[in-house]
Ligand binder design. Structure first.
Ligand SMILES: Nc1nc2c(ncn2[C@@H]2O[C@H](COP(=O)(O)OP(=O)(O)OP(=O)(O)O)[C@@H](O)[C@H]2O)c(=O)[nH]1
Ligand SMILES: [Mg+2]
Length: 463
C-alpha cells in the first residue's frame, strides 16, 4: 500500500451546485480533521464510524470557508481500499481550490490521473479489466456503451477468464510433475480432459474475439458513410438526422468538399454519421481531394448509405450502384432513394426493380420533408446485432483485451496442435504458459508497470 495520502477534486471542472473533493490514504482522516470541525462538538473523524456522513465547517487561516458534508470510509471499505474522506462543498471554484490548498498544506499530495482507481486495483478492490471499465463507464454516451462498461465493471469477463485460466494452471502443474518423473513413463495429466479444456477455451476465446467488432463499434460509435453522386441530397440527409443545419445544402453540384461528421444516438446505439463530397469526374483540384476523402470514408465505414436521387435517369442510377457495390463488398449497405416526394409510382417501381444482392435493403425517403427517415434508421440499427446485447453474453470492447485474447488464441492453437502431434510435455507446457499469461494480462494478474501507467494515465484526475 502507498504510504502517502492523495487528494483531488473528483467532480467535473467548473462551477456546479456542489463539488466533491476526495482524500485517500493512511492519513486521510487525520488530515481532514485538521481543516474540518463537525457541528457535533468534540467529535473527530478519526474516531468516526465507517460509512458515516458529518455536517460541519471547513476552516481556513481566516476562519470559516464553507459549510460541507464529509463522508467517512474506513480501510478496506472504500473504493480505493484505503481510509477515504469525501468532502462535499459548495461548487464555487474558489472554495474548491481553497479546500484543495488546505489539504495539500496539511500533508496531502495531489493525485495523479487515475490514481484512486489504480490504488483500488493495487489493493485488490478491482481487477484490471474492471478498473478499465470505470473509465469506460465515465465516458459512456449511449445506453449500449453504458451497459457494456457496467457489465465489465461488475466482472463480466474477469470471472470467466479467471476460471479457464485456473483450470489451465491445474493442468500445467500436473504436466510439470510428470517432468520430475521423466525417467519413468507416467502421465498425471489426463490428455483427453486437457484436450476438452483446450477446445472449450478455443471456442470461448474465438467467440469473445468475434464480439470485438460489435463492442468496439458500440464504444466508439458505428461509422456510417453517406455516399453518392453530387446533388442527391446527402447533406440534407445528414442535417435531417442530426436535426440541425450542420452542412451547407444547395442546388449547386459539388457543394460539399470535405467530410462532415457528427454523432447521434438511436435505439441506444451511438452512430458516427459522415457526410462526404459528391462523387463525379472533375478537373477541380480541391474537389478531387474531397472525393478522395469520400472514397476513404467509404472504405473505413462499417455502414454505407448509398444515396441516389430518385429523379435521376434509371440507367445512370443503375450504373452508379453497380460501380459502388464492387467497392463496398462485405459492408452493411443501404440503398437510399432520396427525393421520393417528387417521383410517381411508376418511377418508384422502376427503381425498386433494379437488381442488387439480396441482403442490400432499399429505402425510399425524402430528406427534405423528413419523410420515412425512421425506416432508414431502423435499417441501420438492424446491422448492430442489438439482440446480442439483450442476451447476457459478454462483449469485448477494449482493444487491449482484444490483443491479449488474440495472443491467447494463437497459444491455445499451438497447444491443440501439440496434443495432436503427441509433443513432449516440456514443449506443451511452454505453450500452455503462453496462453495462461495472455489471459492473465486481461485481468491484471500479469502486468508490467508500463502497462499499468499507460492504462491509468488515460483517466482524469480525481478518478
Ligand atoms: N425535393 C427534394 N429535394 C431535395 C431532397 N433532399 C435534398 N433536396 C435538394 O437537393 C439539392 C441538393 O441537396 P444537398 O443536400 O446539398 O445534396 P448533396 O448530395 O449534399 O450535394 P453535394 O454536396 O453537392 O454532393 C438541394 O437543393 C436540396 O434542397 C428531397 O428529399 N426532396
Ligand atoms: Mg453535400
Amino acid at each position: 500500500m502507498e504510504a502517502n495520502t492523495i487528494c483531488a477534486i473528483s467532480t467535473a471542472p467548473g462551477v456546479g451546485g456542489i463539488a466533491v473533493i476526495r482524500v485517500s490514504g493512511p492519513d486521510a482522516l487525520t488530515i481532514t480533521d485538521k481543516i474540518f470541525k463537525p457541528l457535533n462538538k468534540g467529535v473527530t473523524l478519526n474516531e468516526a464510524a465507517n460509512k458515516t456522513v458529518w455536517y460541519g465547517d471547513v476552516y481556513s487561516e481566516e476562519g470559516v470557508l464553507d459549510t460541507v458534508l464529509v463522508s467517512v470510509f474506513r480501510n478496506p471499505h472504500s473504493f480505493t481500499g484505503e481510509d477515504t474522506t469525501e468532502i462535499s462543498c459548495h461548487g464555487s471554484l474558489y472554495i474548491q481550490q481553497q479546500i484543495l490548498r488546505l489539504l495539500l498544506k496539511n500533508g496531502c499530495v495531489m493525485a495523479q490521473p487515475g490514481e484512486f482507481t489504480q490504488r483500488a486495483f493495487l489493493n485488490g478492490k478491482l481487477d484490471l479489466s474492471q478498473a478499465e471499465a470505470v473509465a469506460d463507464l465515465i465516458a459512456s454516451t449511449s445506453s449500449a456503451s453504458h451497459r457494456l462498461a457496467l457489465q465489465q465493471m461488475k466482472g463480466g469477463i474477469s470471472d470467466e477468464l479467471q476460471t479457464l485460466r485456473e483450470r489451465l494452471l491445474d493442468f500445467v502443474s500436473l504436466i510439470e510433475l510428470e517432468l520430475d518423473f521423466s525417467t519413468e513413463d507416467v502421465e498425471f495429466a489426463d490428455r483427453e480432459k486437457l484436450n476438452e479444456l483446450v477446445q472449450t477455451i478455443r471456442n470461448r476465446i474465438s467467440k469473445l474475439c468475434d464480439s470485438f467488432a460489435l463492442g468496439n463499434a458500440i464504444k466508439n460509435g458505428v461509422p456510417v458513410a453517406i455516399i453518392g453522386q453530387t446533388n442527391v441530397g446527402k447533406s440534407t440527409l445528414l442535417n435531417c438526422i442530426l436535426n440541425e443545419e450542420k452542412a451547407i445544402v444547395s442546388d449547386v453540384r459539388g457543394t460539399t468538399r470535405d467530410v462532415i461528421e457528427d454523432v447521434f444516438v438511436y435505439g441506444g446505439i451511438q452512430f458516427r454519421l459522415i457526410d462526404t463530397a459528391g462523387l463525379r469526374e472533375t478537373a477541380d483540384v480541391v474537389e478531387k481531394l474531397g472525393i478522395e476523402r469520400s472514397y476513404k470514408t467509404m472504405d473505413e465505414a462499417s455502414v454505407v448509405l448509398l444515396v441516389c436521387d430518385s429523379t435521376d435517369s434509371v440507367p445512370n442510377t443503375e450504373s452508379f450502384i453497380r460501380a459502388s457495390m464492387e467497392r463496398v463488398k462485405g459492408k452493411n449497405v443501404v440503398l437510399v432513394f432520396n427525393k421520393s416526394d417528387i417521383i410517381d409510382a411508376g418511377k418508384r417501381a422502376e427503381l425498386m426493380s433494379i437488381e442488387v444482392e439480396e441482403d442490400v435493403k432499399k429505402v425510399f425517403i425524402s430528406a427534405k420533408l423528413k419523410d420515412n427517415v425512421n425506416e432508414l434508421l431502423d435499417c441501420m440499427l438492424s446491422f448492430c446485432q442489438t439482440d446480442k446485447l439483450a442476451e447476457d453474453s459478454v462483449i469485448i470492447s477494449n482493444m487491449r483485451h482484444y490483443e491479449s485474447l488474440q495472443k491467447a488464441q494463437i497459444a491455445i492453437g499451438r497447444v491443440e496442435e501439440g496434443l495432436n502431434l503427441g509433443l513432449p510435455s516440456d514443449l506443451l507446457t511452454r505453450d500452455i504458459h503462453d496462453c495462461i499469461d495472455a489471459l492473465g494480462e486481461i485481468t491484471g494478474q500479469i502486468s508490467s508497470q508500463d502497462v499499468l501507467n499507460n492504462i491509468f494515465s488515460k483517466f482524469c484526475i480525481g478518478k
